[in-house]
Ligand binder design. Structure first.
Ligand SMILES: C[S@@+](CC[C@H](N)C(=O)[O-])C[C@H]1O[C@@H](n2cnc3c(N)ncnc32)[C@H](O)[C@@H]1O
Length: 236
């Protein structure tokens, strides 16, 4: 019999319930504490404008979609939030309206044609909060892989020559689905390879900032790479 399991589960549950961000999210109607991470980024960098098109990678359970939809303004201003997650995902009823759409897919395998179908002129903002259960073993590596996926979707970036060749062969090579001038936010874990990745991001954007947000757990290595003003495709 594994006598440790219930003890660990009880400790985790209590920690979550006592978390002030969790309590605030519950009180205000957000499906997770992650809402406050995007709110802080939005307040500082104004990445989502009224009526814009937003791609939210790793969207489940949906707090960023709630915040993004609120930032679109009234329904008659238009706009779209397309949420994609590898897990099954539903649109939270609170703060989301008909402009929020969801799809279950692995972002690493998403077909460009699908994105084009939702936003034929591209997205104004691409968000990535991908990476969920951290084991402490390959977290940094995995976070860079997932952030690279977001950068690839946004700009067509390939992280190595093999990736470039593969993308060309498979017909994935494209110039990205983020409009020139658009913003990209990616969750990244601090560690080996992070600085090199941030340098790669800088090639495509006029301004790139590292941001730690208050709602991140204090012991977490997570930060957000906030990239603003996508350069004209092909100019980097
Ligand atoms: C921290 S949660 C996102 C929370 C979300 N931003 C919110 O506000 O509710 C990370 C999500 O990334 C998703 N994810 C991880 N790898 C992914 C992948 N390769 N493609 C799509 N989603 C992925 C996980 O399933 C998980 O739901």
């Amino acid at each position: 019999m594994n006598i440790c399991r219930p003890v660990v589960a009880a400790w985790t549950k209590r920690t979550v319930i006592e978390d002030p961000w969790f309590k605030q999210a519950k009180k205000e109607g957000y499906v997770s504490r992650a809402a406050y991470k995007l709110k802080e980024i939005q307040k500082k960098h104004n990445i989502i404008k009224k009526g814009s098109t937003v791609l939210d990678l790793g969207c489940s359970p949906g707090a960023w979609m709630q915040v993004a939809c609120q930032e679109l303004g009234p329904v008659d201003r238009g706009g779209l939030v397309l949420g994609i997650d590898i897990q099954a995902v539903t649109v939270p009823p609170r703060f989301c309206d008909q402009r929020v759409k969801v799809m279950q897919a692995d972002a690493r395998e998403i077909s460009p044609a699908v994105l084009q179908q939702y936003a034929p002129k591209g997205f104004d903002t691409v968000l990535s909060d991908m990476l969920h259960f951290t084991s402490g073993i390959n977290d940094v590596e995995l976070s860079i892989e997932l952030a690279s996926t977001a950068l690839h979707i946004a700009t067509g970036y390939c992280f190595d020559q093999y990736g470039e060749t593969y993308a060309q062969k498979m017909g994935f090579k494209h110039q990205g689905y983020l409009k020139p001038g658009g913003a990209l936010v990616m969750k990244v874990y601090e560690g080996a390879g992070t600085n090199e990745f941030m340098k790669d991001v800088q090639r495509y954007f006029t301004k790139v900032a590292r941001m730690r947000v208050e709602a991140s757990r204090s012991q977490s290595r997570e930060f957000f790479a906030v990239a603003l003003g996508r350069k004209q495709p092909g100019s980097q």
